[in-house]
Design a protein around this ligand. Sequence first.
Ligand SMILES: [Zn+2]
Length: 218
Amino acid sequence: MWPGVPRPDARTSRAADDGVLAWPACHPREIEPGSAGASPYRHGMDRCDECAYRYDGVAVTEIPDLLVALAGDYRVRLRGAPSTQLRAHPLAATWSALEYGCHVRDVLGVQHERIRRAQVEDCPEFEPMGRDERVTRDRYNRQAPHTVADELGSAAASLAETLRHLDDRAWQRPCVYSWPARSRRTIAWMARHTVHEAIHHRRDVDRVLAAARPGPSR
Ligand SMILES: [Zn+2]
């Protein structure tokens, strides 16, 4: 229960699903456009040009199972490739497959914490997770791939369990999200964005693993 926070009507919920919402608790906060930097999003975060993910193509009820299935995809990759291949950097300005796995694991954990926070705070604003800093600070490329696979699976299962218990009102709780531009978003959007992170980086992992694969077939 969140006293004083009115429930959005159906039309508001619809608009909120697009991440552009009018929620009184968020109203006083003026949102300035952020500096998005290089971004594949040329359609206002409704579609990714690189992996073709569509934010409106996923029902919130599908998200928990999707996250668990995606964690399985990472498990296959992190447990199926040799360590040298997982840690290789064959492509310029690109993480290794293991670093992508660590990143997705941490995204799942950070998003889970943010979603829990948005259930009890009115329109919290989230600090960036420090994605690039974590790679070196937490020595992503020196972590054990099997452990990362296990941790990624646990993070996905835990987030999925939380999401399974959200009702319509909880999905529409607002927050201020900083990427790719500072904007009001809903938990529904955040969950869809988390699915996108996992799908998008699964593609990155496959690309890096293919480039790192030894042998004459390349
Ligand atoms: Zn994408």
